[in-house]
Design a protein. Structure first.
Length: 429
């Protein structure tokens, strides 16, 4: 029997009970769709991790104060991470530069207009960091084109390191903030009041759009209001706040040494000594990109493993369904098998016929499962914060898995059919 005859015979066998074949196929459809969705969600989770932390360079250390929850409020476990701490970090041999930031609420007034805004205190590198972060870009910016700090400015300039150190009364406005305060007038060199303190407008940002889907709806870059961090601390807070510090090291290869240098410096600044067990109870924490990516990627791998386990269970259930149906088919067609063996069909021909039926059922289920999985990806993405990426090799992989499922679970019924005794099979009623 040639391969074409084997396939045609297998199709006739499947067509003998269409409802049973359809129900058997359903198990494979669910399993393959699960594989497609699992791969898309796994890829999406890894992409989300990379997107969340791509702004953090491999030569950067983030420094933050440790906090504890007390009566529903987050409080520092020890001393705050002060603006002075950040300034003094630049004295360390392995620290090339330090950027600091802080957020707060402020009333911004110009003329009779008053806005309640989230005010962002930053160092002079904030605009360059925003451009390098890959989270926003000017509206209409060409895809893939390099973005510099200058491209984010529509008019004027950003504040300088000297203005940050001096606590200068200057500010930079987002596009929407400038429009809300000044309408169509040019805001440059105009004076606004921030919590009853004067502030000269020295720059206005271009209209920005959020390009990171994870931040869409949560980030409003056009409502920005930037102050030098020293000015923001003076204008927005009654007592000195804790700041977020980002240190860039001089040599990425010496990152571990640089972290130890920063730890020793902050322990000395905060008066932290070893406890009775010989350990340091730091009131700050250091985080690098590798630290974050390692933890997040491990979580993403665990997530993908759980999804893979679900997909495997679905495929096994579908495979058991194929085996069950094929065993029933062997029993129902015992006399037919006996006739085939009696007129010269070999045991290999019988095995090939029943394997072909199992593989055809699983292959059809695989194609339907691929279609269902691809169509279900947008729904799955909604459950994964909008991130699901289907790689091109996922579809052939899922189809091969479906075919292998049919082959493995169809083998036993096929061998059982081939082992039937022709004489006993012919007597079977």
């Amino acid at each position: 029997m040639n391969p074409l005859d084997t396939v045609l015979t297998a199709l006739q066998g499947i067509g003998g009970n269409k409802l049973r074949a359809a129900l058997t196929t359903l198990g494979i459809v669910i399993g393959v769709a699960s594989v497609i969705i699992m791969l898309a969600l796994g890829n999406g989770a890894r992409a989300a991790v990379d997107a969340n932390f791509r702004f953090l360079g491999s030569d950067v250390v983030q420094i933050a104060v440790k906090e504890k929850l007390e009566e529903g409020e987050l409080l520092p476990v020890g001393q705050i991470l002060s603006y002075e701490d950040g300034l003094r970090l630049t004295e360390l041999p392995l620290v090339a530069s330090v950027a600091m930031s802080i957020g707060g609420e402020g009333k911004v007034r110009y003329g009779r207009g008053v806005l309640d805004l989230a005010v962002f205190g930053a160092t002079a590198t904030a605009l360059a960091d925003l451009a390098a972060g890959g989270e926003v870009q000017p509206v209409g910016w060409p895809d893939g084109a390099p973005l510099s700090a200058g491209a984010l400015l529509a008019r004027g300039r950003f504040f300088t390191p000297a203005e940050v150190l001096a606590g200068a009364d200057v500010c930079v406005l987002g596009q929407q903030t400038a429009h809300d305060l000044f309408g169509d007038r040019d805001p440059l060199e105009e004076v606004v009041w921030v919590n009853r303190r004067r502030c000269a407008v020295i720059g206005v940002l271009v209209e920005l759009e959020v390009i990171d889907p994870l931040l869409a709806g949560r980030s409003r870059p056009n409502d920005a209001f930037y102050l030098p961090i020293s000015t923001a601390i003076r204008n927005l807070y009654d007592r000195e706040p804790s700041v977020a510090v980002t240190a860039r090291v001089t040599d990425e290869a010496r990152m571990a040494e640089a972290k130890e240098q920063i730890r020793a410096f902050l322990r000395q600044r905060h008066g932290i000594d070893k406890d009775e067990a010989g350990d340091y109870q730091d009131d700050f924490q250091l985080t690098t990109r590798q630290d974050i990516l390692g933890a997040q990627q491990e979580a993403a791998r665990t997530f993908a493993f759980l999804l893979a386990a679900m997909a495997v269970v679905s495929l096994v259930v579908g495979g058991i369904g194929i085996m069950n149906v094929m065993l029933v088919s062997v029993t129902e067609r015992t006399r037919e098998i006996g006739i085939r063996l009696a007129i010269g069909a070999t045991r290999e021909n019988v095995i090939a016929q029943f394997l072909a039926e199992a593989v055809l059922i699983s292959g059809l289920g695989g194609l339907m499962g691929i279609a269902a999985g691809v169509l279900a990806i947008p729904l799955a993405a909604g459950l994964n914060r909008g991130v699901a990426l289907l790689s091109p090799d996922s579809i052939p992989l899922a189809f091969v898995v479906a075919l292998l499922t049919g082959l493995v679970f169809g083998l036993y019924p096929a061998v059982r059919a081939a082992r039937l005794d022709p004489i006993e099979a012919l007597r079977y009623e």
